[in-house]
Design a protein around this ligand. Structure first.
Ligand SMILES: [Zn+2]
Ligand SMILES: [Zn+2]
Length: 244
């Protein structure tokens, strides 16, 4: 399994792509979330939008879904090997179509449905791709908003957008090698995100498993990253680098 961040930026990021990770397996791939900035990220990897075969959506904030309309239209105009399969938490499916339908429903060939663009798999608890099992974990992002992370044992936990759930992180750290965790790196604390200060209170053995994502543009510069890495055990996700 190869992992590449197509973007690691937060919702207001200008210079980095918004947060999204591409997992590549022998025969297929999976993208977690699909912001519009993925188009450029994929282009830089030498890939086309129609090569994306599976997508999982963590929640409906626009920086996580605003590339889906383009992806859907691109696949219709330039069909890839397969119609894209969209794994969507069951409770998000109808609302996701409401976000997308204004640009997808009416076409020159008549009215189309969500299912005309994607093979939709409503996920209750888990789904499988290429022999790997991905379990949904509900996260604490915004009160009453459905939002999810994913555990793929024994490989990784991917937090999506969330506040820190310390008990869960301590438990899951015993079951996976890597934890991709969102991190609001600025000094102000946001009630819907996890701050660096909070992550630095975790035991060192857990911090060593942490790769931070969904962070502000201030850390793009090589020198700033080096300085950060010299000071901390946690690591910053590096965009467009293929990790094994
Ligand atoms: Zn976000
Ligand atoms: Zn969000």
């Amino acid at each position: 399994m190869l992992v590449t961040f197509l973007g690691c930026g937060d919702g207001f990021s200008v210079l980095q792509g918004h947060n999204s990770a591409l997992f590549e397996f022998d025969e297929t791939n999976l993208c977690i979330d699909f912001p519009e900035s993925n188009h450029l990220g994929l282009h830089r990897l030498g890939m086309q939008l129609n090569q994306i075969e599976n997508i999982f959506i963590t929640h409906l904030h626009e920086d996580h879904i605003n590339g889906l309309q383009k992806l859907a239209l691109f696949h219709r105009v330039y069909p890839g090997k397969t119609k894209p399969k969209l794994f969507v938490p069951a409770g998000l499916k109808d609302d996701l179509w409401q976000c997308l339908r204004h640009g997808l429903e009416l076409t020159t060939r008549g009215k189309l449905a969500f299912e005309d663009y994607f093979d939709i798999v409503c996920v209750e608890e888990r789904f499988m791709i290429a022999g790997f099992t991905f379990e949904l974990v509900q996260t604490l992002h915004v009160p009453e908003m459905l939002s999810y992370g994913i555990v793929c044992k024994p490989h990784f936990y991917f937090s999506g957008d969330t506040r820190l759930e310390e008990r869960f992180i301590l438990d899951v750290a015993g079951e996976v090698r890597t934890i991709y965790h969102e991190c609001h790196m600025q000094d102000d604390h946001l009630p819907s995100h996890t701050s660096l200060d909070e992550l630095l209170t975790l035991p060192e053995a857990v911090q060593e498993k942490l790769i931070l994502m969904h962070y502000v543009d201030d850390y793009l510069d090589w020198g700033t990253r080096e300085e950060f890495h010299a000071k901390h055990k946690v690591r910053l996700a590096e965009p467009l680098v293929r990790y094994d």
